[in-house]
Design a protein around this ligand. Structure first.
Ligand code: TMP
Length: 204
């Protein structure tokens, strides 16, 4: 496809939105058309699904949760991401398949491979050109969110859940070093932004 698909991954509080904004600013200044988007919730349907999956007050069975994320992704890719890539745009996206593999596959212990296959089916096999993993110890992510008074269903999970998520992310990155750029989220934000720009420049 003519466009470039960049995803940002990492635990809650790792700085994905900040880096997405800095990267977008730089790409736009360089004359690129950028679609900034996220999962869950990158479409109108997705906003509804996001509300259910993050804020439903009762239990959601783990497999149902995985399917809601996959449904959000299927609709988002079909209606928004793939068309933008076909138009030659750069898509900068907060979270994608790797989030499902880490949170549902490892966090909910549903199994990474099956969850990956589900997402690949949902997206007709769309894989990012670059995935930036902002790696942060789960305790630090929690500290960064200390001022928050409300937590969504996933954020409210125990430390062990978030430790499994982090370990799964690092395993994914190790398995696909060409696709992943792993950065220490404790570095200053400008240092991180410069490292991302360097890698993106090479791809453009
Ligand atoms: P965020 O948009 O604030 O990062 O919140 C999304 C939450 O949903 C976050 O806790 C991670 C979680 N999530 C999954 O569990 N699976 C997924 O596939 C995605 C995209 C997000």
């Amino acid at each position: 496809m003519p466009g470039l698909f960049i995803t940002l991954e990492g635990g809650d509080g790792s700085g994905k939105s900040t880096q997405s904004a800095l990267l977008t600013e730089w790409l736009t200044a360089a004359g690129r058309t950028v679609l900034v988007t996220r999962e869950p919730g990158g479409t109108d349907v997705g906003v509804e699904l996001r509300n259910i999956v993050l804020h439903w007050r009762g239990d959601i069975a783990p497999r149902a949760e995985a399917l809601i994320y996959a449904a959000d992704r299927a609709h988002h890719v079909a209606t928004t991401v793939r068309p933008a890539l076909e138009r030659g745009e750069v898509v900068v996206q907060d979270r994608y398949i790797d989030s499902s593999v880490a949170y549902q596959g490892a966090g909910r212990v549903l199994g990474g491979e099956e969850i990956r296959d589900l997402s690949l089916w949902a997206t007709e096999g769309l894989v990012p050109d670059l995935t930036v993993l902002l790696d942060l110890h789960e305790d630090e992510g929690r500290d960064r969110m200390a001022e928050r008074t409300t937590f969504d269903r996933l954020e409210a999970e125990q430390a062990e859940f978030h430790a499994r998520v982090r370990a799964a992310y690092l395993e994914l990155a190790e398995a696909e070093p060409q696709r992943f750029l792993v950065l220490d989220a404790r570095e200053p934000r400008e240092t991180i932004a410069a490292a991302i720009r360097e890698r993106v420049s090479a791809l453009l």
